[in-house]
Design a protein around this ligand. Structure first.
Ligand code: ADP
Length: 536
């Protein structure tokens, strides 16, 4: 019995302290105020429970205290429901709604205290006092159960809708606290007593410690820093106060002198501590603010990016259909399917055909980029074979363009033995051509050197040009989607910045590596690809 009563006092004090800390943490916030009131009603409940057992053998006191005990539980559940409604942003509830919550509670509170409809009497016994329930006790029981269940339900809904992960965790904690306390509290003080089991009813108030603990933690987490300042201030004041008392009770003049120095030193140190704690908290708060703003901005950007990808894919699909007919018909006209064409008509037809071909490639790039972003990637058809002929073919085709531009072309093939790699013909061709085409595009004079060699485990392919080169910043961004260096935007406005992005993806999917080097603007560039050799 003594232990149980001691427990009740500890619970009362803990609830009071937790409630007080949250309340004084931010008195202007409705959430904190309601929490304070709620924790205070829990304290009253524990004290009441304690008094009920201490003064329980006096008939008049026991009936009043017993009724008060049950009435306080009404305040607890109604403030709890109100709290869950307004948490976390101190939402202002409509008056009508507040009235709907509070009206039945007020009635029930009055009936519990001032009538014998709920608690008819208290049967005093040496071991344990028992409440004799009135005819309407069942309504009381329903009220308590419904209010607690509603609170849990509201929190679950909030948990589902709330976006902020921090608040989600807080609500989760509260739910655990309320569900645990609600279950134990209702079982110990309502359900079991209804079946005449009274000896566990003290667990009701004791179980509230879960609830208050979890909830205080949840609220304080929001504003943990402020609580730190309050605690520092509190300790500071306490320290000065103790030192002051010490000073007053000094017995000799020299002791007084020493104590006065200690008092001032202690007070100054406390002051400095509080100051530095506040400064730290202010900085952290600003940081938190910035972080949450950044999170929101990031999320917006992500959504924007998704919309852009969607648009890219849609537009490309739409463009493709007319392009296919233009290409098909121009090819048929060229080959004389609609009658003989004159020599003047041939050149424009060739240009139409080439342009549609270019545009088709461009659309392919867009579609592939949007596929990658939608995590669908390329459709590969991997084979294990010798790629040298394929590479040679690309080089042969493009070497004409290199020479047409008046550039010197050097080709070095250092592979003299059969070499096999696992590759997809179409995409590997695309990646390699892109490097050579870029070298042609971004080199105005000088040379382009294409090399193929192998190490023990890898096939290495490189394209070196004497062109416009790149800055070290360009090199860092090179393989990012849509990246184009400032130096090319004016002279070569036609690029998309997708070629290298796709090439990197393709090479990575082949288990290889791709990278670039350049000594700076005007100093040429080199691109390298390595692919793993398949050993037999
Ligand atoms: P695009 O060539 O269509 O702009 P890419 O993805 O192929 O797209 O290339 C991205 C950017 O990388 C180019 O815009 C250019 O700034 C830079 N770049 C690529 N290859 C070279 C090169 N050989 N020399 C200099 N810059 C290059």
């Amino acid at each position: 019995m003594v232990i149980e009563n001691l427990f009740l006092i500890i619970v009362a004090v803990s609830n009071l302290i937790l409630g007080g800390l949250v309340y004084f943490n931010n008195r202007k916030s409705l959430v904190n105020r309601v929490f304070g009131i709620w924790a205070f009603s829990l304290t009253l409940w524990s004290i009441n429970s304690f008094l009920f057992y201490v003064f329980g053998n006096s008939p008049s006191a026991s009936l009043l205290l017993g009724r008060l005990l049950y009435a306080t539980a009404v305040i607890i559940v109604v403030t709890l429901l109100y709290f869950t409604e307004i948490f976390p942003d101190s939402i202002n509830l409509k008056r009508r709604y507040t009235a709907i919550i509070f009206a039945p509670a007020t009635l029930l509170f009055i009936f519990t205290i001032a009538s014998d409809l709920i608690i008819e009497d208290i049967a005093i016994s040496v071991f344990d006092n028992k409440a004799i329930f009135g005819p309407l006790f069942i309504l009381y029981a329903l009220f308590i159960i419904i209010y607690v269940a509603l609170s849990v339900f509201i929190l679950i809904r909030k948990y589902q809708y709330v976006q902020n992960n921090n608040i989600k965790i807080h609500i989760h904690l509260m739910l655990i606290g309320i569900a645990t306390s609600g279950f134990f509290g209702i079982t110990a003080t309502i359900l079991l007593p209804m079946f005449n089991v009274f000896n566990v009813d003290k667990f009701g108030p004791v179980s509230t410690v879960f609830m208050v603990g979890f909830m205080a933690y949840a609220i304080a987490k929001y504003n943990v820093m402020n609580i730190k300042v309050i605690a520092t201030k509190f300790l500071g004041i306490l320290l000065s106060f103790v030192l002051f008392i010490n000073l007053i009770f000094s017995k000799t003049a020299s002791e007084f002198l020493i104590n006065i120095i200690i008092f001032f030193a202690g007070t100054i140190i406390s002051y400095l501590l509080v100051k530095s704690a506040s400064a730290e908290i202010n900085i952290r708060k600003k940081l938190e603010n910035l972080t949450s703003k950044l999170q929101i901005a990031n999320e917006d950007l992500r959504k924007l990016d998704e919309t852009k990808t969607e648009f890219m894919s849609l537009a490309s699909h739409q463009l493709r259909t007319p392009l296919t007919s233009i290409k098909g018909y121009s090819s048929m006209i060229k080959s004389g399917d609609f009658g003989k064409i004159s020599s003047e008509q041939k050149e424009p037809l060739d240009i139409i055909f080439m342009s549609t071909e270019n545009m088709n490639n461009l659309i392919d790039d867009f579609l592939n980029a949007s596929r990658i972003e939608k995590k669908r990637g390329f459709d590969y058809n991997f084979v294990v074979d010798n790629p040298i002929n394929l590479i040679k073919e690309i080089i042969d085709n493009l070497s004409i363009q290199i020479k047409n531009k008046g550039l010197k072309f050097v080709y070095e093939n250092k592979i003299n033995k059969e070499v096999k790699i696992k590759f997809d013909n179409r995409t590997l061709l695309q990646a390699i051509s892109n490097l050579i085409q870029n070298a042609i595009k971004y080199t105005n004079n000088g040379s382009i050197t294409v090399k193929i060699s192998r190490t023990n485990n890898h096939l290495e392919f490189s394209v070196k040009d004497s062109g416009i080169g790149m800055t070290s910043d360009d090199l860092k961004m090179l393989f990012k989607r849509f990246f184009r260096s400032d130096s090319v935007k004016i002279d070569h406005p036609e690029g998309t910045g997708l070629g290298l992005y796709l090439a990197e993806r393709i090479i990575l999917d082949h288990g290889g590596k791709i990278w670039a080097e350049s000594k700076g603007i005007g100093k040429g560039s080199s691109f390298f690809i390595t692919l793993p050799v398949v050993k037999e």
